[in-house]
Write a protein that binds this ligand. Sequence first.
Ligand SMILES: [Zn+2]
Ligand SMILES: [Zn+2]
Length: 121
Amino acid sequence: MKCIKCSFEGDKYLIYVCDGCAVTQCKECGGFTASEEKCFALSKRKVILFCSKFREETGTIIDLMQRNRKLKQEIEKLKEIVTNFQENSKKHDEILKNVDKSNIEKKNFIEKLENQISELQ
Ligand SMILES: [Zn+2]
Ligand SMILES: [Zn+2]
């Protein structure tokens, strides 16, 4: 077996195929610890070994997933705020419309009164 990273050649006690990325590599290139190295040649191995690169990559993915979840929660909160704002501004618009209406009605009423007064004169 041969390490694809440094071309070091060795037997199954020295070279290991990563369980994550399936890359054949030596202890140094895979970043395996001494205790992990002892597991290399065990035929009925219960531990799963990942090289340092794979651990780094999956760590990044997990980190990204957590960040993504947080972002989604923040977006939901923002949506709520926007919805509340829209509802409030609708209510506000309606109040303004009603104020306009009543102003027009008052104006009309006053005009009518003025007309009647002028007719009386
Ligand atoms: Zn190597
Ligand atoms: Zn790997």
